[in-house]
Design a protein around this ligand. Structure first.
Ligand SMILES: O=C(O)c1cc(=O)[nH]c(=O)n1[C@@H]1O[C@H](COP(=O)(O)O)[C@@H](O)[C@H]1O
Length: 301
């Protein structure tokens, strides 16, 4: 089964398009986990990240189709953090969740192949060392930097999410520039559609997904139409201000074809007043589950 087919099936099975972003930050961990880390011990912080993310995975596994570990926060801890990232991805694989590793990787073609080999593929006999179902990828180096990823996607039933219109306020500095009568993000969207066209599944989706921020709802409508064969990864919901109304246009008529990411608002829900937890934060997992259920309801509404 292709990546797109699996992700859309997981959306239908769970009745959810929520993607839980795993972006651990030491200062915001619940108290019982923060207390495990003394001094500047990166190994202890990495162990706390593993426990935190694996417990989140256990709490949301029956509620959502996918999780998105953000590599940056694990890399921040050095080698111990990278081991933690590997453990978290494996735990999500075992829990039956689809994994989108957020690394925003890319390079010249031959190096792009190395990134693709490293990350793409979660199941035997073609499991990759990192065991991820998909990876976020930058289009800045052009078509020949994306093709190696797509070739590995074909071999290993994996996917990529190409940055098309990012959620940050400064993204338009390059993405909105007009060249030959169209914006850069429109050109990237065209490339994404071209790459998908020869490799569509029965529902018309290909392995090349696209990142479009929830913070640009008008462009989301435009880009949904421009990339009919792409699963959209829509970040920027919640903490960055994106709402359910902003993201609804990302979905197709079946309620599939997109996942909406929220990281801080879910994983640090114990800090939100509406999800009050015990003073010692020992039941922080309850807040994660409540925040995930709340987001599922909002997106259905
Ligand atoms: O590729 C991404 O996931 C991404 C693209 C983008 O345009 N904007 C964006 O926020 N992200 C990621 O989505 C997550 C958003 O986190 P929260 O703002 O805490 O929900 C972070 O891991 C970002 O790196």
């Amino acid at each position: 089964m292709t990546f797109a087919t699996r992700l859309n099936a997981a959306i239908l099975r769970t009745g959810s398009v929520t993607c839980v972003g795993l972006d651990p930050r030491l200062a915001q961990l619940p108290k019982p986990l923060r207390d495990l880390v003394t001094g500047d011990r990166k190994d202890l912080a990495a162990a706390a990240y593993t426990q935190f993310c694996c417990e989140i995975i256990d709490v949301v596994a029956d509620l959502v189709p996918c999780v998105k570990p953000q590599a940056a926060f694990f890399e921040q801890l050095g080698p111990a953090g990278m081991v933690s990232l590997g453990e978290v991805i494996s735990h999500a694989n075992r829990a039956g969740l689809i994994v989108i590793t957020d690394g925003k990787r890319n390079d010249i073609g031959s190096t792009a192949t190395a990134y693709a080999d490293a990350y793409l593929g979660s199941s035997e006999p073609n499991r990759s060392p990192w065991g991820s179902d998909s990876l976020t990828v930058s289009p800045y180096l052009g078509r020949d930097s994306l093709e190696p990823f797509v070739e590995v996607c074909d071999l290993r039933a994996a996917g990529i999410f190409v940055l098309v219109k990012t959620s940050n306020p400064g993204g338009g500095y390059l993405q909105d520039l007009s060249v030959d009568g169209k914006t850069i993000y429109q050109s990237v969207a065209e490339l994404v559609t071209e790459l998908n066209r020869p490799r569509l599944d029965a529902d018309g989706y290909g392995p090349v997904g696209a990142v479009v921020g929830a913070t640009y709802p008008e462009q989301l409508v435009e880009l949904r139409k421009a990339m009919p064969h792409s699963i959209l990864l829509v970040p920027g919901f919640g903490a960055q201000g994106g709402s359910a109304d902003d993201v609804r246009a990302a979905l197709d008529a079946n309620g599939t074809g997109a996942v909406v990411n929220s990281s801080r608002h879910i994983i640090f829900a114990h800090k939100r007043e509406e999800f009050s937890v015990a003073a010692d934060e020992s039941n922080w997992q309850d807040a994660v589950r409540a925040a995930t259920l709340q987001m599922n309801e909002q997106l259905k509404g």
